[in-house]
Design a protein around this ligand. Structure first.
Ligand code: TXA
Ligand code: MG
Length: 365
C-alpha cells in the first residue's frame, strides 16, 4: 500500500492546525479535511468545493473516546453501532455539544461523526489529536460540489489542483462509495444515506432493520440531493435486455456511447468504450467512481449504464447511479440527451451474443 512518510504526516498536521486544507484517503473515498473546531478552516472546504455553506460536514475522529467530546445524549444504539462498525464506513448523526461550530453542522443541533477504517486516515487523526487540538477533522469527499467522489489521490489533484496544499496518498479506496449515514439523534435510528454497511447489518446490531429515509426538503445530507455524484457526460441507465438495441440506435444516430456493464459487454460491433465492473455489489462499488471518471473522459455523447439487479444488496450503488443520472451533464440542468427519440431504437435486435467480443477491454474495477 502507498504510505505517506513521517514528514508528510507532520506537514499534514501542521497545515491542519494552521487552519489549512489537507486531502487524505479513507476506506470509502478521499476526504478534503480541515480542523473541525476552526470555523475559518471549515469555510475553506466550502470555498474549495464550491459547496453551499449550509451543508453539514462529517467530523472524523481517531476513536470512540472522542464521541462525547463532540456529541451529547449519545443513545445506547449509537454506542453499539460504533462498537460494531468503527473504524469503518458508518457515520453516526448525534446531538452536538454546544461548543461545536455551526460552520461544521450546517447550523443544525446535530453532528456527524465517523472513525474511518483506513490506516493513513487513522494515523493522521491520532497525530492531529496529539497536537493538542479537539481531534476532529471535518471532511467531505474531496471533489467539486456535485461531482464524482475521488477514490485515488490523482483524482483529488485533477479535481482540486492548487486549491488543496497537500494530498496524502494512501492508494485506491477499498470501499469506493461514501459511508452509510445513520441518524441516531431523534429516536429510532434511520438511514439517511445507504452505503457499504447495509440496513440488514445495522439491524443485526439494533435488533430491527432501520428504515432508509429519502427525505426531501432541507439538505441534511448533501448526497441526498437528487443531482449528485455526477459526470459531465449525460448518463442514462438502460435495462440489460434493451442495451444492445439502445447502443445500435445511438450508433445509427451518429452518436458515441461510453458503456458501463456488469454482466457481459453487449456485442454491438461498434467503437464504443466499455468498462466492465464485477457483478457483486462490493466489487461494483469499489470500481464505480473510477469507471465513471474514465468513461466521462472518453469524449462520448452519452454514458450508458447497464441497469443494476434489484434487491437490497445493490441499494447503495443504485442510489449513487440514480443521482449520477439526475445530475449528469450539468449538476442541476440535465440535458435531454437521454430522452431525445433515438432513430432505430424500436427496431428488433440483430441478436445478442453472450460471448465477450474480442478486443474489448475487460477491466474488473
Ligand atoms: O465516506 C464518507 O462519508 C466521506 C469520507 C470522506 O468520510 N465523506 C463524505 O462527506 O461523503 P460528504 O460531505 O460528501 O457527505 C457527508 C454527508 C453530507 O451529505 C452531510 O450532509 C451529511 O453527511 N451530514 C453531516 N453532518 C450531518 C448532520 N449533522 N445531519 C445530517 N447530515 C449530516
Ligand atoms: Mg460528497
Amino acid at each position: 500500500m502507498t504510505t505517506p512518510s513521517d514528514s508528510d504526516y507532520a506537514r499534514a498536521v501542521e497545515l491542519l492546525a494552521a487552519g489549512e486544507l489537507v486531502a487524505f484517503p479513507t476506506e470509502t473515498v478521499y476526504g478534503l479535511g480541515a480542523d473541525a473546531a476552526n470555523p475559518s478552516a471549515v469555510a475553506k472546504i466550502f470555498a474549495a468545493k464550491g459547496r453551499p455553506a449550509d451543508h453539514p460536514l462529517i467530523v472524523h475522529v481517531a476513536g470512540h473516546d472522542w464521541i462525547e467530546r463532540w456529541a451529547e445524549d449519545v443513545p445506547d444504539a449509537a454506542w453499539e453501532l460504533a462498537e460494531a462498525f468503527w473504524p469503518g464506513p458508518l457515520t453516526l448523526i448525534l446531538k452536538k455539544q454546544a461548543w461545536v461550530p455551526a460552520a461544521v453542522t450546517g447550523g443544525q443541533d446535530t453532528v456527524g461523526l465517523r472513525v474511518p477504517g483506513h490506516p493513513v486516515a487513522l494515523e493522521l487523526l491520532r497525530r492531529f489529536a496529539a497536537a493538542g487540538t479537539r481531534g476532529g477533522v471535518a471532511a467531505p469527499s474531496a471533489n467539486r460540489f456535485g461531482r464524482i467522489s475521488p477514490t485515488l489521490a490523482a483524482h483529488v489533484r485533477d479535481e482540486l489542483g492548487e486549491r488543496v496544499p497537500l494530498v496524502l496518498d494512501g492508494g485506491p479506496c477499498q470501499v469506493g462509495i461514501e459511508s452509510t449515514i445513520i441518524d441516531c439523534s431523534r429516536g429510532e435510528p434511520v438511514i439517511l444515506r445507504p452505503g457499504h454497511v447495509t440496513p440488514e447489518a445495522l439491524g443485526e446490531v439494533l435488533g430491527t432493520v432501520p428504515a432508509i429515509e429519502t427525505a426531501a426538503g432541507a439538505p441534511r445530507v448533501s448526497g441526498s440531493l437528487e443531482a449528485h455524484y455526477a459526470p459531465r457526460t449525460p448518463l442514462k441507465l438502460v435495462a440489460a435486455d434493451r442495451l444492445l438495441d439502445f447502443l445500435n440506435a445511438l450508433r445509427h444516430s451518429g452518436r458515441r456511447a461510453a458503456v458501463l456493464c456488469h454482466s457481459q459487454p453487449p456485442q454491438a460491433g461498434m467503437p464504443h468504450v466499455f468498462r466492465l465492473l464485477p457483478a457483486d455489489p462490493a466489487g461494483y462499488a469499489h470500481g464505480l467512481y473510477g469507471a465513471l471518471r474514465e468513461l466521462d473522459q472518453a469524449g462520448a455523447d452519452l454514458i450508458a449504464v447497464e441497469a443494476l439487479p434489484a434487491g437490497p444488496a445493490w441499494a447503495a450503488v443504485a442510489d449513487r447511479l440514480r443521482r449520477a443520472a439526475a445530475g449528469a451533464g450539468g449538476a442541476f440542468a440535465p440535458p435531454g440527451c437521454g430522452t431525445r427519440p433515438l432513430r432505430g431504437l424500436r427496431q428488433s435486435s440483430p441478436g445478442y451474443s453472450n460471448a465477450p467480443p474480442a478486443g474489448y477491454r475487460l477491466d474488473a474495477g
